[in-house]
Each structure stands twice: as structure tokens, then as C-alpha cells.
Design a protein around this ligand. Structure first.
Ligand SMILES: [Zn+2]
Length: 328
């Protein structure tokens, strides 16, 4: 039913969205052995968070060159377009694309951008990049990443964010990097409130001043903060299937997305690292329909929220909103 509503995805890690068959093929081409990465049915194999990280690192270690990233971009956008996604923002990491060297980063970026332009022509899907520093790599490396972001801010790179281990360091350690990105005209998002509790969202909002929070679901434990989100219009990039796969919440009916949405928090739906969590955007919405009775009108409203919170130019936003309304 919800298949008719075009989807807008705001929280997707490019490497984490790599289809297993794509990674397997690339490993074979390069004669790289990937022991224990795939299950018998061809999906990514792991149980628990520690093993998830090991599998993720092993799988993404085969991605090395700008050409690999061009092919990855294409494979990910093909997968998203099949899910009815018309606009997606991907987290891109200069750490993995040229080791935070601005010149090398430009080469990776050009390759990804060209692949994205091709997919826009072929499938109508629009991609924007959010450069992301990795929290557990520390604030010094984050500054280099922020410089890569600032130097390439423009039509394609429109945002800056922070991902990685939420328990490592404090948001304030990364304020300098966020300031640099903001001054370069980039919009801001920060992973918080997935593992670090409601206080991690409070800290991120205070010290980094993002307009969006990646996950943020644990604000549910702090009613004052929930009210603050409603008042300020901060948007949450909620990834329910990811939260359940990693054990943040035990089951769909225990997930707070519907409580937050009906309270008036601006929530959106994304897949995070979909093949790793055995999910797709369609599956997320199907489960939300089954669990909370989400109908087309709610799905449209959530995607309207996503269009309004997207890190894009006004023309692109108007196009997205028009596409959403024209299928009503
Ligand atoms: Zn994420």
C-alpha cells in the first residue's frame, strides 16, 4: 500500500548500504578472501554488535579506489530506486576515501558524483552527500575531515555530520569541526541518542548545533527534551530496523517512533546500513504499518517532513514536495 508514496531517505551510510553480492563480486575480482563475511544465503553474517563491526569492516575493506566508489554509488542507488526512493542523502567518509587528503578526496568525490548523475538520468533518483567524521577516530582527524567537507561544499556536498562510536569522546570535542563546516555553508547532523541516552542528544544539540539528529530515539526517556525538539523543530533520522537488529529496542512494538511522532516530534524513516540489518526502506514502512497502523497519509507526512529537513537547495525541495503531493 505504502509503495505508492515516493520515499526520501536521509540516513544512509554509503559503505553500509553496499549490497552483499556487489562486495562479493569486487572481492573476487581483486582476489581478496572474505572469510566469515557472508552467510550461506548470500547475506552478511554476524550476531551481536561486536561481530557486526568486524563483518562491516571486513566487507568494506575491499573498497579502495575512486572507481570502486563509483560502482558502489551506482549499486546503492539502484537498490534505493527499486525501493521507491526519489531522494537520498548518503554519509560519505574522507577517512575511507583518500585518508582525509583533500586532493585525494576530490578524486573519490568526482567519481561518486558522476555515478550519481548517471543514476539520476536513468532512474530519476537524486543523491546528496553528507561528509561524516568518525567519532572514535578523535577530534584531530575530524578537523581534517571537516576541511575536506568545507573545501568541497556545494551542490553535491551539502551537509556535515558525525558517526561512529557514540560513547567515544564528547560532542564538544568536535565543535571546532562543526563550526568549520557551518561556516562553509554546510548543514549539520549528528549521531546521538542511539546508545548514549537522552543526555547525548542534549549535549550534541548544545555543542554542535545540528538541525537533525541521527537516531535520537532515546530522547523518549526525557520529556523535557522531547518538548524542546518539538519547539525547535529538530528532525530525527530514525532507523527502527537498525535499532532492533542491534538490540537498542527488543522489538518493533517497543520502538518509540510512533510515540515521538504522535507527540509532534519531526521524525523521518531511514535504513542506516540496510543489507547488514536485513532490511530495506519498503520493509521498514511495512513493519511500521503492521505495528503502528501507519497508512499512506502518515507515510506521506513523514516523507514530507524528510523533504523539509533535507540538505538540498530550494528548487530540489520544491520538486520533492511536488512529487509527494502529486501521488496523493
Ligand atoms: Zn548511522
Amino acid at each position: 500500500m505504502t509503495d505508492d508514496v515516493p520515499k526520501i531517505e536521509l540516513h544512509l551510510h554509503l559503505e553500509g548500504a553496499a549490497p552483499p553480492a556487489f562486495i562479493k563480486g569486487l572481492a573476487q575480482e581483486k582476489s581478496i578472501r572474505l572469510d566469515g563475511v557472508f552467510s550461506e544465503n548470500g547475506s552478511y553474517a554476524f550476531t551481536g554488535f561486536e561481530q557486526f563491526l568486524r563483518t562491516y569492516e571486513a566487507a568494506t575493506s575491499v573498497l579502495k579506489t575512486p572507481e570502486d566508489y563509483a560502482r558502489l554509488t551506482r549499486a546503492v542507488l539502484e537498490q534505493s530506486a527499486e525501493q521507491g526512493v526519489i531522494y537520498t542523502e548518503a554519509f560519505l567518509s574522507p577517512d575511507f576515501c583518500g585518508g582525509r587528503d583533500v586532493g585525494a578526496w576530490r578524486e573519490y568525490l568526482a567519481a561518486m558524483q558522476e555515478a550519481a548523475a548517471g543514476m539520476r538520468n536513468e532512474a530519476g533518483i537524486v543523491l546528496r552527500g553528507v561528509v561524516t567524521c568518525i567519532r572514535h577516530f578523535g577530534p584531530e582527524k575530524a578537523r581534517e575531515t571537516a576541511l575536506c567537507a568545507a573545501e568541497t561544499a556545494g551542490d553535491f556536498i551539502t551537509g556535515f555530520g558525525i558517526a561512529g562510536d557514540e560513547m567515544a569522546g564528547k560532542p564538544a570535542d568536535f565543535a571546532y569541526s562543526f563550526d568549520m563546516a557551518r561556516e562553509a555553508g554546510l548543514e549539520l547532523t549528528a549521531h546521538a541518542g542511539e546508545w548514549g541516552g537522552a543526555s547525548s542528544v542534549r549535549d550534541a544539540l548544545r555543542d554542535l548545533k545540528p538541525t537533525r539528529i541521527g537516531h535520537g530515539v532515546q530522547v523518549i526517556d526525557d520529556p523535557v527534551l522531547v518538548d524542546h525538539l518539538i519547539e525547535t523543530g529538530v528532525t530525527l533520522e530514525v532507523c527502527p530496523g537498525s535499532n532492533i537488529a542491534l538490540g537498542v529496542y527488543p522489538s518493533w512494538d517497543k520502538h518509540p517512533i510512533e510515540t515521538l511522532r504522535s507527540a509532534g516530534v519531526r521524525v523521518t524513516v531511514s535504513t542506516d546500513d540496510p543489507p547488514f540489518f536485513h532490511t530495506t526502506l519498503r520493509r521498514e514502512y511495512d513493519r511500521l504499518a503492521d505495528t503502528f497502523g501507519w497508512d499512506d497519509e502518515i507515510v506521506r507526512e513523514v516523507n514530507r517532513t524528510a523533504a523539509q529537513a533535507a540538505f538540498c537547495d530550494p528548487e530540489t525541495r520544491a520538486e520533492l514536495l511536488l512529487k509527494l503531493e502529486s501521488t496523493a
